[in-house]
Design a protein around this ligand. Structure first.
Ligand code: ATP
Length: 803
């Protein structure tokens, strides 16, 4: 953003120096077309400056050496220019007061640099899981050495080899790739839904969202405004369609008051008519321009530009915009904005082609009319003007321009709620997620829209920006804690930061939307900052964690759902990994505890073949499971809830793990006993039972694989029946299992593998024995889940009845 060179006055001489040589106190020459390389205070001259790098505002701002004001934030001070901005028009000299990282641009850069990647709850828990698994692996490995050497009489070197095998067998090599791939697949899926997530782990944070703070315009509504009514003190004029002015109650679309209103709307506007006939620009202004055209006003952008002498941009804090325009040699201030902001600046009101003092009764009447329109969910803007003294220069300060105005009328416009929002709101409510509306619009408009989309019931609590400012932190905490439907209206961007802070202090996981530059701090502070891709500024997008490419509230809910699904899938995978611990350890325990009387039911290489060869693919597939039914019907999980719960371990180790281990050991003993083996018989190389022993270990391996297939199906759901998600709905898993079976066949029947893994071909009766294993494992878990659902159902029905 910075120019390589700058022009300064040093020693009374004008000279071009390298921009990095500019220091505080330098006298900077700001010229048309030049980029500014430092923050500086204007000493003489005036410039129009493009501040978009800092504010995102596309229209240039006027800055002048004569416009001193210290009461506004630095960025709005009208005698300052900033590093990284461009001078569009005019020329000035300015004294540098900040350079490099001390400038506003530097501050933003530093802010971005400083953002520490806080460990997400998932990252934290995965770290814990890794430690736990490492502990289990090491302890079982080490414990095996004395048991094997002292108890079973193995040599120390053999004992160590077995211990290492056991240790490796317990290490889930797939953990990292599966979690990463599950998150990445979640991120990719979200892009298709209209959300770009910038950090992988954010997907999972989304899943634990407890509060969504959303704005209204464009997120809940379509941001396609259409003026429905123009109101002047003389009466109302309805515009049923964008282009056709239809006779209203009292006006016929003409009259001096309406004419003045239309002229002011057209002048104080930056939207433009395109060649195709439609308007472009800010939707509010575009709608107003169409209304002005319908009333016969001149809407030529070219002539408007020629007439315009000054512009005070729309300020989201003041909620006002004004312009100074010259018509037939007379200067006019035209202003529009929120009626509550505009009315205090009005002294008079238009009356026919004349104007009169604005009485208290007149103000009340306007206020009532605003209330009536707003209560219908309409967005209402006031419009006013002032004729300036002949020969007076255009006012340079906003306060000078926006005072003693003559109120012209109101413009009410409809912005229909997005069709899909009501459904998304309902899903949030069943998912236990609270929605708080934080908007710059009028409280009644916000309440009406909130009711239309189902965020609020009859009488929501509306807190205005002023009321919020008067609240202490304690009061705000109390208000948020009460848990009722809340609407924050006429808020400033700073209010969002306070609300995010207060909610986070209450241990909520907060998703917050925003589009303006001033929203950036709140977007950073929220757990999930959500910026608008279409209407938002770059600064907001930079500060956010997620960008909505369609600006749609429903997409946030889809993202939350995706987050929950990804988290669930990670749990499924971890469960699947843990379920292998018991079957992997059991053969070694049987061998050791029998003091060697039972030969080792599984060799170390067979264990590794199972662990590395057959485990990972189905695990990867579990990371891609579709959502379980009821995913959005349960409350958000708490921040402290671990990815591993005691019930998960119980189900993995003591339930499925024990069933699998029992089945595989049944297979092992079946083969041995069939061959006439008795405890203590020799099975080593050369012994008559050696071939039978090789077959028996092969049976253990095949039994383990079969159990693993059953576990993979069982792991697919935590509570629901497999039928409800579809037995064949995860094709990746089916491919993974097919691969596993092919690999198992190769291990058992191909001679090179047989000699490497000490396996032997199995007969038909052995294969028949193993065939039902997956169904037994899966069926047992299906039964467990069924009983669980039946036990919980009455409890939930009672809870619902109470709710
Ligand atoms: P949200 O924050 O939910 O998106 P919003 O779009 O109404 O709501 P802002 O854009 O900050 O929030 O607008 C706040 C108020 O400022 C509006 O209700 C309106 O009264 C006024 N306003 C909006 N746009 C303009 C504009 N271009 N010119 C003048 N006033 C405007």
């Amino acid at each position: 953003y910075l120019p390589p060179r700058a022009t300064v006055i040093r020693d009374g001489r004008r000279q071009a120096i390298e921009a990095r040589g500019v220091v505080r106190g330098d006298l900077l020459v700001v010229e048309e077309g030049a980029r500014v390389c430092a923050d500086a205070r204007l000493l003489e001259g005036a410039v129009d400056i493009d501040l978009s790098t800092l504010t995102g505002e596309s229209m240039p701002a006027f800055r002048s050496a004569d416009s001193l004001d210290s009461s506004v934030p630095l960025i709005h001070a009208r005698d300052l220019v900033f590093s990284g901005t461009t001078c569009i028009e005019g020329g000035a000299r300015a004294v540098v007061f900040a350079t490099g990282m001390h400038t506003e641009l530097g501050r933003i850069a530093a802010l971005s640099e400083r953002v520490e990647q806080e460990e997400s709850p998932l990252e934290h828990q995965v770290r814990r899981v890794a430690w736990l698994i490492a502990l289990i692996a090491v302890v079982t490995g080490i414990a095996f050495i004395p048991i094997a050497t002292l108890g079973a009489g193995l040599s120390l070197s053999n004992g160590v080899v077995f211990a290492v095998g056991l240790l490796v067998g317990n290490v889930p090599e797939g953990l990292l790739p599966v979690i990463t791939l599950a998150l990445a697949a979640g991120v990719r899926g979200l892009v298709r839904e209209g959300a770009v997530v910038k950090r992988l782990s954010a997907v999972e944070t989304l899943g634990s969202t407890t509060v969504i703070c959303t704005d209204k315009t464009g997120t809940l509504t379509e941001n396609r405004m259409r003026v429905t009514t123009l109101w002047t003190p003389g009466g109302a004029c309805r515009l049923p369609a964008p282009d056709a002015a239809e006779a209203g109650d009292e006006h016929a679309g003409s009259g001096p008051e309406l004419g003045a209103l239309a002229t002011a709307i057209s002048a104080c506007n930056n939207a433009e008519m395109t060649d195709g006939g439609g308007p472009t620009g800010d939707p509010t202004e575009a709608a107003m321009l169409l209304a002005a055209r319908a009333l016969g006003a001149d809407v030529s952008a070219e002539r408007r530009r020629r007439r315009r002498r000054r512009q005070f941009h729309f300020d989201p804090v003041l909620k006002l915009m004004s312009t100074v325009d010259e018509r037939d040699g007379i200067l006019w201030v035209h202003a529009k904005g929120a009626p509550e902001a505009l009315l205090p600046r009005c002294e008079e009101v238009a009356s026919g082609s004349d104007q009169e003092r604005l009485s208290d009764a007149g103000r009340d009447q306007i206020g009532r009319t605003v209330g009536e329109y707003a209560a219908q969910g309409l967005r209402v803007l006031g419009v006013a003007r002032r004729r300036l003294e002949r020969d007076a220069p255009p006012p340079e300060r906003r306060e000078e321009a926006e005072r003693d105005l003559c109120f012209l009328g109101l413009v009410a416009m409809i912005d229909p709620p997005r069709a899909e929002v009501a459904g998304a709101v309902a899903r949030c409510h069943t998912a236990g997620i609270r929605i708080i509306l934080v908007t710059g619009d009028h409280g009644l408009t916000a309440a009406a829209v909130a009711q239309q989309v189902g965020i609020a019931a009859e009488d929501p609590t509306v807190v205005t920006g002023e009321q919020l400012a008067a609240m202490s932190e304690h009061e705000l905490d109390g208000l948020l804690r009460e848990g009722q439907e809340l609407i924050f209206a006429r808020t400033s961007p700073e209010a969002k930061l306070r609300i995010a802070d207060a909610l986070r202090a209450e241990a909520h996981v907060v998703a917050m939307t925003g589009d303006g530059v001033n929203d950036a701090p709140a977007l950073r502070r929220a757990d999930i900052g959500i910026a608008m891709g279409r209407s938002g500024t770059d600064v907001a997008r930079e500060a956010s964690t997620m960008v909505l490419t369609d600006d749609n509230f429903a997409t946030i809910v889809a993202a939350v759902q995706a987050g929950r699904r990804v988290y669930d899938n990670i749990r499924k995978f971890i469960f699947y990994i843990f379920a292998h611990t018991t079957p992997e350890v059991t053969p070694f325990l049987v061998f050791a505890l029998s003091g060697g009387a039972i030969p080792l039911p599984l060799t170390v290489l067979q264990l590794l073949a199972f662990d590395i060869g057959t485990e990972t693919l189905p695990a990867l597939a579990l990371g891609r499971e579709p959502a379980e039914p009821g995913l959005m019907r349960r409350p958000p999980r708490t921040r402290s809830e671990g990815v591993i719960s005691p019930s998960l371990l119980l189900r993995a180790w003591l339930f499925l793990g024990v069933i699998c281990a029992t089945l595989q050991m049944t297979g092992f003993f079946y083969v041995l006993l069939k061959a006439g083996w008795q405890p203590g018989d020799r099975t080593g190389a050369g012994a008559p039972l050696h071939e039978a022993y090789r077959q028996a270990t092969t049976m253990t391996l095949l039994g383990m694989i079969a159990g693993q297939i059953g576990t993979a199906f069982a792991a697919r759901t935590e509570r629901a029946s497999l039928r409800s998600v579809g037995v064949f709905s995860n094709p990746l898993l089916l491919w993974g299992i097919a691969f596993e079976l092919v690999l198992a066949a190769m291990l058992i029947y191909l001679p090179p593998f047989q000699s490497l893994f000490s396996t032997a071909a199995l007969g038909a009766d052995e294969l028949l024995l193993v065939l039902p294993f997956p169904f037994i494992v899966w069926g047992a878990d299906e039964l467990r889940r069924y009983l669980l659902r039946r036990r919980r159902a009455p409890k939930e029905a009672t809870q619902r009845a109470w709710a």
